[in-house]
Design a protein around this ligand. Structure first.
Ligand code: NAD
Length: 439
């Protein structure tokens, strides 16, 4: 079986490599020639645990190819996945220009029946737009080659993407063509050895499922952050409350950790996009509007705590920051709370000494520029800093040498944006500890 994956980012590269790993011949296509060249040389454009090994192994085996030529990649392919970005437009709606330009190009270059499956997160009605774009391109060539469109939203998590793809909780396929359904079933068979995991549905429902899933997860986070903020005011401890409610299986213990807000390339943009879709249909998604409002405020919580301790004017102060990526095990800086916190500290006159195990190159190149020193390790970041801010809960920050940290910092003050440290223990060592959702 042969397939093409168009867009070689977090989703496309992981999907392509994992499909190749189960024996499928895959060509990953991207318009970014530098990225394709790097991949051919075994250099990963992103950090994702386990990705390099699986990419290099399958590239060497000859099952995984990289190309900038979409026409060549879809020759003989039974499925072409669209896995390009769908960034938010100015009004919050998903910008479909990359998706539709790929659909148009497939229509221009296809030579046989093909299933065009959208993996990018796209709003309801995109399947129809993709179909129209392909038909229009075919009509321009006076061709009426048959094809099918399908929606196959991706649920992998950055930081565990390879594992999620190889062992998915579920595979959602929106399809309205029997031949296409059979092809998708054959393609995904190796990923569901331990039971039936494919959920077939119509295309609009598949498109909506992805947004509803991300919106629900974002809701859990904002709900808990809202409760945590109230806990602080009434003298309760949000960590205890989390354990108390999470033990109820109807609630579950995942995604209810108070913190500095959700970030990344998916939750913020997908919550915005579903709100925008609802507006187009004259419906107001009130819950999700609040989810977004709470999250926007939550990204400022840690800087507010710093100011409550040190005063609003932070000139002359330096802060150590542990973690820049929006979550551990990724170098993704998109919508990271760290960028908001650094901006706020800098605006108040402070300097920042930052360290992140994987995201510093990404931060340095694209996000955070002046008044930030990128440090060689977690302890280097603490040198002569007025306090430590923990922003991303990488494992290596979990049990630091507090003795060393205490000696390096000017003041033994820790702002724990992810509640990973034990307050009582830090108190006993003479630190002042500020967490989220407790006094
Ligand atoms: P990304 O920005 O990492 O990668 C997109 C890639 O598409 C880039 O390499 C870009 O050069 C390429 N591209 C753009 N136009 C192209 C074209 N015409 N032809 C070929 N390549 C082209 O994006 P991503 O994070 O992989 O996300 C892709 C989609 O998947 C988005 O819709 C996103 O919402 C969705 N998604 C992302 C995640 C995630 O965790 N990142 C998870 C699930 C779903």
């Amino acid at each position: 079986m042969k397939i093409a994956v168009v867009g070689t980012g977090y989703v496309g590269l992981v999907s392509g490599a994992c499909f190749a790993d189960v024996g499928i011949e895959v060509t990953c296509v991207d318009i970014d020639a530098k990225k394709i060249e790097k991949l051919k040389n075994g250099i990963m454009p992103i950090y994702e645990p386990g990705l390099e090994e699986i990419v290099v192994r399958n590239y060497k085996s000859g099952r995984l190819h990289f190309s900038t030529d979409l026409g060549e990649a879809i020759q003989g392919a039974e499925v072409a996945f669209i896995a390009v970005g769908t960034p938010p437009g100015e009004d919050g709606s998903a910008d479909l220009k990359y998706v539709l330009s790929v659909a148009d190009e497939i229509g221009q270059k296809m030579t046989d029946y093909i299933v065009v499956a959208t993996k990018s997160t796209v709003p309801v009605t995109t399947g129809e737009k993709v179909r129209t774009a392909i038909k229009t391109a075919l009509a321009k060539r006076n061709s009426d080659l048959p094809f099918a469109v399908a929606s196959n939203p991706e649920f992998l998590k950055e930081g565990a993407a390879v594992e999620d793809f190889l062992r998915p909780d579920r595979i959602v396929i929106g399809v309205d063509d029997e031949r296409a359904e059979k092809i998708m079933q054959r393609l995904y068979k190796p990923f569901q050895l331990s039971g039936e995991r494919i959920i077939y549905m119509d295309i609009p429902s598949a498109e909506m499922t992805k947004y509803a899933a991300n919106a629900m997860l974002a809701t859990k986070i904002s709900f808990m952050n809202d409760i945590a903020n109230l806990c602080e005011r009434v003298g309760a401890n949000a960590n205890m409350v989390r354990k108390g409610i999470g033990s109820d299986p109807r609630i579950g213990n995942k995604f209810i950790y108070p913190g500095v807000g959700y970030g990344g390339s998916c939750f913020p943009k997908d919550v915005k996009a579903i709100i925008r879709t609802a507006r187009e249909y004259n419906y107001n998604l009130r819950v999700l509007q609040s989810v977004e409002d709470v999250n926007d405020d939550q990204k400022h919580i840690l800087a507010a705590k710093v100011k409550a301790h040190f005063g609003d004017d932070l000139s002359g102060k330096t802060f150590a920051m542990w973690g820049l990526s929006f979550k551990p095990n990724t170098d993704d800086m998109r919508e990271s709370p760290a960028a908001v916190i650094i901006d706020e500290l800098r605006a108040a006159g402070a300097e920042v000494r930052a360290y992140d195990p994987k995201a510093m190159e990404e931060a340095r190149e694209h996000y955070i520029f002046d008044k930030v020193t990128y440090c060689t390790d977690a302890y280097d970041a603490c040198v002569d800093a007025d306090a430590l801010l923990l922003v991303t809960e990488w494992s290596e920050f979990r049990i630091p040498s507090w003795d060393a940290v205490g000696k390096l910092l000017k003041n033994k003050v820790v702002f724990d944006g992810r509640n990973i440290y034990d307050k009582k223990y830090l108190d006993s060592l003479g630190f002042v500890h500020y967490g989220i959702g407790s006094k």
